[in-house]
Every structure is written in C-alpha cells, then in structure tokens.
Write a protein that binds this ligand. Structure first.
Ligand SMILES: Nc1ncnc2c1ncn2[C@@H]1O[C@H](COP(=O)(O)OP(=O)(O)OP(=O)(O)O)[C@@H](O)[C@H]1O
Ligand SMILES: [Mg+2]
Length: 254
C-alpha cells in the first residue's frame, strides 16, 4: 500500500480537484481510498452523495473504525468523509494529534492496509498546522500542486522550506519530487513561460489544462472522466497516476 498527500499551503490551486481525479484514475485498476483531510469537506461534498454519520475525526479519535466510516462511491473507489459543518477535525487535531500519531498511522493507514487498499490519497487543507504536518511526515509521498500564476513561485518556496523542516524535525523520508501545474491555458504565453520555468526545477512536472468541464463535473458529483470522457485533462491526470504507480512498483522492488 502507498500513501500520498496532495498538498501545498496555498488555497484554491486545485489540490482537491487533482487528488480526486488522479485517485479515480488509480481506481481503474487498484483499490483506492481518498481521505478528505480538509475541514472544508470539499472532497466529501463532491463525491459522497449518501448520508454520512461518521467521519475522519471520529476515526482519528477511535469513535469509529475506518471500515465503519468509509463510503464506497465507485467500483474500487472509497472516500473517508469529513463533516464540513459541525465537524471537529481542525479543533481536535490542533490540540491532540501531536501526542497521538497513531491516530493517523494506525487508525487510518494501518486499517486501510488491513482492508486491502492499494492507495490512500489524502486531500489536504491549505496551510501547515498539526494535521498537515502529521500527514505529510507519515505519507510515502507528497505531491505539490501549483496554479499557473506568478504567486505560485512564492508558494513553492514555502512548500520547500516546510518540507525541509519536517525532514529535519522528524527524519521523515517521504518522496516529494512531483509538482502539478494546474489550470494551464496553452493559449496564454505567460502560462507557457511558467511551465518552462518550472520544468527547470528539480521536480518532475505535470501540467493539467484549464477547462470549465473540470469544475462542472464537481457540480454533478462526477469525476472528470465520467462527466467529460474526451477531455484532454483525463490523460493528464492519468499521467500523474502512472507516475505514482511506477514509484509504488519500485517501492515493491519491481
Ligand atoms: N484544471 C482546472 N480547470 C478549471 N477549473 C479548475 C481546474 N482545477 C480546479 N479548478 C477549479 O478551481 C477551484 C479550486 O479548485 P480546488 O477546490 O480543487 O482547489 P484546492 O486547492 O483544493 O482549494 P482549497 O485550498 O480551498 O482546498 C474549483 O472551483 C475547481 O473546480
Ligand atoms: Mg481543497
């Protein structure tokens, strides 16, 4: 099993969009759990249409088991939801999580392994509070998401500084070698210039095109591939999925 966080401190860049659409590509051939680890609950409102009674915070606190809380949303594809309204994820994790690392490593990751998941994908909140720090340091891999805009370069610097700090503070060994440049419009010269500049960094760069269908799919509670199968961005999400898969195969020694 492999655990992957989609993260960057900057808000509104496409973390949720990329996490869920990439996870859906992985789920075409593997058993995948997406954990909605953002108190905003965007993955949940997008993909979970049935009533929920238990959420991530209940699992972290041991009030519910992972198996009781997860919802099957498609073949091979499950979501651990988060209550956006009335949820206690941020408040509880800020106070308790630093002293209870097993809430993540055992209650979520360990149980996911027992349930036979191949991938656990975390849709993370912007910012870097206790929850985000604990998730990143315990994931096998973190994927950074940036939008095609000038301020993204500041975002990458902050991201790198925090990754460095996590590695120093905890001897954490997660992989952080991929960046997704989201909402790229190839007709905009400046977007191409950003892509070229990012391509010279140490990261393997993936570009996702800008398309209103990406956002519309969410309104319809569908992945992009379901809503608009011919959209080019599907192949771009698939490329991210394949890269994550290759890393897993190498982890397994294949
Ligand atoms: N490639 C794209 N083309 C068009 N719209 C997009 C694309 N990617 C994301 N969006 C839209 O941009 C908005 C922000 O995306 P998303 O919610 O995934 O960002 P986020 O980083 O998860 O935000 P937050 O930091 O609040 O969690 C959403 O309305 C989404 O539909
Ligand atoms: Mg989000």
């Amino acid at each position: 099993m492999k655990t992957i966080g989609f993260h960057i401190q900057k808000g509104g860049v496409g973390k949720t969009t990329c996490a869920v659409n990439t996870a859906a590509e992985l789920a075409l051939a593997h058993k995948v759990l997406v954990v909605d680890a953002d108190p905003q609950g965007n993955t949940t409102s997008w993909m979970v249409t049935e009533e929920i009674d238990k959420d991530l915070c209940d699992v972290l606190q041991g009030k519910a088991s992972l198996g009781e809380a997860i919802k099957k949303v498609r073949e091979n594809f499950w979501i651990l939801p988060t209550f956006a309204i009335g949820g206690e994820l941020r408040a509880w994790t800020d106070v308790n999580l630093a002293n209870k690392p097993k809430a993540i490593t055992l209650n979520v990751m360990g149980k996911a392994q027992e349930l036979g998941f191949d991938f656990v994908v975390f849709d993370m909140s912007p910012g870097m509070a206790t929850l985000e720090r604990m998730l990143v340091r315990n994931c096998d891999e973190v994927v950074g998401i940036v939008k095609a805009e000038y301020f993204s370069f500041d975002g990458i610097e902050t991201y790198e500084a925090e990754i460095r700090k996590l590695r120093e503070d905890f001897d954490a060994v997660f992989v952080a070698d991929k960046l997704v440049l989201n909402q790229v419009n190839k007709g905009f010269g400046i977007h191409n210039a950003y892509a070229e500049k990012l391509a010279t960094t140490k990261y393997t760069l993936f570009s996702i095109g800008q398309s209103t269908k990406v956002a519309e799919a969410q309104v319809h509670h569908q992945t992009l591939r379901e809503f608009d199968p011919k959209n080019k961005a599907n192949d771009e999400f698939a490329k991210v999925a394949i890269a994550l898969l290759n890393k897993q195969l190498s982890l397994l020694g294949a």
